[in-house]
Design a protein around this ligand. Sequence first.
Ligand SMILES: NC(=O)c1ccc[n+]([C@@H]2O[C@H](COP(=O)([O-])OP(=O)(O)OC[C@H]3O[C@@H](n4cnc5c(N)ncnc54)[C@H](O)[C@@H]3O)[C@@H](O)[C@H]2O)c1
Length: 250
Amino acid sequence: MDEKSYIVITGATSDMGIALSKQLLPVYNLILLDINESTLVNTISMLKNINNTCNIMYMAIDFNDISAVGKTFQDFLKKYNILNISGLVHIAGIAPVLPLKSTEIEDWYKIFNINLLSAVEIIKVLIKKQYKYNMKSVVFLSSIYAHFGGKAQIMYTVSKAAIEAFVMGASVELAPIRVNTIAPGLVKTNSMSVYGDNYAEQFESKHLLGGGSAENIADILYFLLSEKASWITGQTYIVDGGLSVNALNL
Ligand SMILES: NC(=O)c1ccc[n+]([C@@H]2O[C@H](COP(=O)([O-])OP(=O)(O)OC[C@H]3O[C@@H](n4cnc5c(N)ncnc54)[C@H](O)[C@@H]3O)[C@@H](O)[C@H]2O)c1
């Protein structure tokens, strides 16, 4: 019998999702969630080429369809008779660039659905009595934008700050399940290309240690999932290559 537990990863086909999956492969089974089925299938075939001994399941799901998320996830677990889930990492997120005056209420609903509420619905399944016993750790992706304002980033800032508040509240309610989040500075992922080289270079230059990599983020996510972090809950870790301590050096 396979005794490895499962880790659920949302935003699993992102650079951070892939970097984390690569680290987890030897130790855990994986349930990968993301919006696009063919990208999930390609990601799994790449991961299987690296390590074929781990069981990798996937589910394509649009987190903006929030009322369906909990039921769809629970039906998936029932269908494949999966009970032994020990962790959730919520990487899925969007960062629309919109000044306040241009935001519509649907934009606010959407960013909250994807960045926070989809994970809330998944957690509500994982704390049902048949799963709760195995659950150990939940880790969210916040952002340094939860701590500093940025032009046309108000929805992103608010959604990530909400994650950090949720983590505090949930850690109290869910103990001994540990709930933590990390708040990265610039991580050089595919999604950053939309901002253009200029923005990325300028922003990166403010980081004492330069911009981060998806692997840097996977390292701390892995740590927070693991037993090495067994006495840590309710926390936000700023992982920003020295961006925030350098804020006054203009
Ligand atoms: N890149 C950075 O500099 C940086 C910094 C701080 C925090 N973050 C956070 O890290 C996470 C990953 O960021 P990234 O830069 O790799 O971005 P990304 O756009 O590459 O990844 C986001 C992931 O979310 C998934 N997703 C988007 N909409 C979805 C939906 N409706 N339903 C289901 N899944 C959906 C995408 O498919 C993708 O896999 C995000 O939460 C982001 O806010 C990124």
